[in-house]
Design a protein. Structure first.
Length: 228
């Protein structure tokens, strides 16, 4: 009767532990899904915005080269409104990127903003020269001033992209470590019946060993006569 009751208790404990493991696994998987979704929402849109900004700035710089090229067609003046519009689009896009939560409290925001302001000022100076039909000066300004400012801006954007990539990798590694830790915990918890069985076997082995020694080597347990 006592053995049957003990077996019933063990079965209930096993069912309860399996249910608990299932619930904990479900909660952890949901938590990890939310964390990876947040990581995706944090990194991917920013990378896409940076790529778009890079393409817009490249368009502005190509237009500057076409405008200041002495061999360009006579209709170079028609390119100036396109360059001004592209510069405004890039400037607004850069402001949008600077305000994204992914770059909050990042030193890269300040570096990108400084490089962006510097490049915007140089674009305006270039446009002023071109509108005044000082194409030779505009060509020299593009080579000596505008292009280096563009390169500096690109380096700042590359630093931002590298920062986002490193941060995403660190968070991914942290999530992977948490998964391994939780998996080990669940494995240990789910294996308690095996641990209990191993403990019972060890206890029974000790009892059998003690009984064997008591039967075949009774002198080991015999009390020594006290001295008179």
């Amino acid at each position: 009767m006592k053995f049957g009751r003990l077996r019933f208790v063990l079965i209930l404990a096993l069912l309860a532990s399996n249910l608990l493991v299932g619930v904990l696994s479900l909660l952890f998987l949901r938590s990890m899904d939310q964390r990876y979704a947040a990581l995706f929402d944090r990194s991917v849109p920013l990378i896409n915005h940076l790529r778009t900004l890079t393409r817009e700035l490249g368009t502005v710089q190509r237009l500057a080269r076409r405008v200041s090229d002495p061999k360009n067609e006579a209709a170079w003046a028609a390119l100036l409104p396109q360059m001004a519009e592209g510069s405004n689009l890039a400037r607004n896009h850069a402001l949008e990127i600077s305000g994204m939560h992914s770059l909050k409290d990042s030193r890269h925001v300040a570096a990108m903003a400084d490089s962006g302001r510097n490049y915007d000022e140089k674009v305006n100076e270039f446009l002023a020269l071109a509108r005044a039909e000082k194409l030779a000066e505009a060509n020299r300004f593009n080579s000596e001033v505008l292009r280096p400012a563009y390169d500096q801006y690109m380096e700042a954007l590359d630093d931002v992209a590298g920062f986002v990539e490193r941060e995403g990798s660190e968070l991914r590694d942290r999530y992977a470590a948490d998964s391994r830790l939780f998996g080990g915990f669940l494995l240990a918890f789910a294996g308690w019946p095996l641990l209990a069985a191993a403990g019972i076997i060890v206890v029974m082995g000790l009892l059998v060993t003690g009984l064997f020694v008591a039967v075949f080597f009774p002198k080991l347990f015999a009390s020594k006569p006290s001295a008179a």
